[in-house]
Write a protein that binds this ligand. Structure first.
Ligand SMILES: [Zn+2]
Length: 112
């Protein structure tokens, strides 16, 4: 189980809530409280998010096409954000951020 493991120090420091908002490998992610390294969700999570967003886009297009009303569109739009967050909390692994500007910097005052 590497779901809540920090990829830098390999301790289980990442909480479900932090992980839900950590974003994909290209984001800054969340900061590990133990070592100060930046942690994001892995590329599988990004792939899942891409699929969910694509499906929701199709639903929105269908809702417009069949004239189902604005609430179907807004519902699908909200769903495309909420589902990846919920799934990130409990599935997929963690990864180091790919961003060069934060990758090797530690937050001052945390860790070694
Ligand atoms: Zn760490």
């Amino acid at each position: 189980m590497k779901k809540f493991e920090c990829p830098h120090c390999h301790k289980n420091t990442i909480t479900a809530l932090k992980k839900a908002f950590a974003g994909g490998p290209a984001s800054k992610g969340t900061v590990c409280p133990e070592c100060g390294g930046h942690v994001t969700n892995d590329s599988k999570s990004l792939g899942f998010k891409t699929v969910v967003k694509s499906v929701c886009l199709l639903v929105i297009i269908a809702a417009v096409y069949f004239d189902l009303g604005i609430w179907y569109c807004l519902g699908a739009f909200a769903f495309s954000f909420v589902l990846p967050w919920a799934v990130n909390m409990f599935c997929f692994g963690t990864a180091k951020t790919l961003r060069n500007d934060v990758q090797n910097k530690k937050v001052p005052g945390r860790g070694e």
